[in-house]
Design a protein around this ligand. Structure first.
Ligand SMILES: [Zn+2]
Length: 210
């Protein structure tokens, strides 16, 4: 493999150490008190603890080791047709409100001598989704990571998601669905390639719903 571990770590911004759950617990207790609640009442007694463990799970992507994630699943093959994994469910947290955005991702690449086991692509999406994100950056990071890892002829990522912060706050928008895409290499330069991908992910797709 000529992809260096260092470049993958750089692409995935790995953090070391555990999240500071004690600190999250204290902060949640403070929020409860600040909004006028009693953190000691029965229903809230264990809330700060639950929330702290929940953030450990929802934000686990900062600490997912990208090299361990893909290491046993890279193969050198002579195959240069488009590989598409569509309808990958993902859950992320918007970094502006720390509210969920939920949707699905469609990922494609055209190999250039190297392929990745298919089950790894949803896990790469997860690694970047389980962070504080904006959808545009999440989309870009998945594409850049695959580009760095596989040096393919091209990579395409389309993500569509509902954003809770748009749905439940302010002017409530019932259709708070956002679509983002990143096209690299041949998906950017070759219109036919891009159309083939977009036609494939549109074919028989259920409209995104919650
Ligand atoms: Zn938001």
């Amino acid at each position: 493999m000529n992809t260096s571990d260092a470049s993958l770590y750089k692409a995935a911004a790995l953090l070391s150490g555990e999240i500071d759950e004690a600190r999250v617990r204290r902060a949640v207790t403070d929020i409860l008190a600040a909004v006028g609640e009693d953190p000691q009442r029965d229903g809230l007694l264990r809330t700060s603890d639950r929330v702290a463990r929940m953030y450990g799970e929802l934000l686990a992507g900062y600490r997912t080791d990208p090299v361990a994630l893909v290491n046993d699943a890279l193969f050198e093959v002579n195959y240069d047709e488009m590989v598409i994994v569509r309808d990958i469910e993902f859950y992320s947290l918007c970094e502006h409100h720390m509210l969920p955005f939920i949707g699905r991702a469609h990922v494609a690449y055209i190999p250039n001598g190297r392929v990745l086991g298919l089950s790894k692509i949803p896990r790469i999406v997860d690694m970047f989704a389980r962070r504080l994100q904006v959808q545009e950056r999440l989309t870009r990071q998945v594409a850049d990571f695959l580009n760095e890892l596989l040096h393919p002829q091209g990579v395409a990522v389309v993500m569509e998601a509902f954003h809770m912060c748009a749905m439940i706050r302010g002017v409530k928008k019932h259709d708070a669905r956002m679509v983002t895409s990143t096209m690299l290499g041949s998906f950017r330069t070759n219109l036919g390639t891009r159309h083939e991908f977009l036609a494939n992910i549109g074919r028989g797709a259920e409209p995104l719903s919650l």
